[in-house]
Ligand binder design. Sequence first.
Ligand code: TRP
Length: 384
Amino acid sequence: MNGADLTLTDYTSRQLRNLCTQAGFDNTDTPAALLRELLGAAGERKLSEPPLWPSDVADDATPVEFSYALDDGGDRAVRILGETVARSPSPTANIAAARQFLDTVVERHGCTADRFEAVQDLFLPERPQGKFALWFSLIFRRQGPPRLKVYFNPDVRGPERNRELVAEGLRRLGMDNAYELAATHGLRRGERDRFSFFALDLDDSPLSRVKLYISHDAATAEDVTHCARAVNGVDPAQIEDFCALLGGGTRRFTGRPLISSYSFVEADFDRPGNYSLYLPIRDYVPDDETARSRVRSFLAGHGVDQTNLDRALGAVSDRSLAERAGLIAHVSLRVGSFGSGTTIYLSSEAYGGTPPTATGNWQGSSAAEMDTVSAPFADSPAGG
Ligand code: TRP
């Protein structure tokens, strides 16, 4: 059977089940069922049809992206980041569909929507602007129920209100000091530092987090080590190594930006417990083979078994890694008191993967190479 005959849900749930199996989970039915629900109408479409909505979750408009979190302690989590798209999509209709998905999950898996309720009228206006209004992440581990996280867009009322929305969101959650802290360390370069996501864990636990993401246009490793200093006990050399190794010696990240995030937990809203740095590696490599070898070296330095990476890659794709970049979309480093680790973000590539022109930042790529890449769907694998 040709891959194009599959629906988006068929295709991506197979990838998700493979990933969960590789992570050693017995139950792959719950993750697959939640993914189906999350994708909704968009998931019912055949891969031979164009995407229902130009989701910004992934470069090729696939409304889901996978990630594999490797805790330094040895624990593993499989996660999906996704956008729910309405059957007749529009920014407003998508919010309604997303809220419906949220209600279902909250009811079935016993998450709490209290924090969501506290800020939703701020972040979900009648006429949403920007690239998205509401995204979800679902986090699966071997033990315990799935966990849910929501992402809001600080640009949803226009880019000029970016900071104001975040400040007000934090105020409503009783976290007045958090804004100052994030701003002092994370917004030091004027317009080039911007809030990109405002995220909430929706589980009912003292360790459930509020996360602020800041994207840093054209930043250097030194710029982001300043951001990391907001968190106690962070070793700046660790951040520098991460940038040097995964960036392959890139000095200034002028492609897709480096992103910082600060995690606050209810037990201590005055200071972020963790800092994470996200590096969009697909813009800084000629192909995924190069990305793989950099990630392998990094994991080796952290004592993480490197076979994890190859298993995760094999779970989502069987294409040649040397063909192009984009399968490994981001790599993130997490440091701080709630535990350290590395997370690898993997594109589904259901709609063909990162278009070659989108990785134009890679200095080594020539126009000639770009011309040889096939059209979307032409190489959609036939389901493994
Ligand atoms: N596709 C968007 C980007 O690359 C949003 C996104 C998806 C993202 N997954 C991410 C951003 C992981 C940071 C980290 O920017």
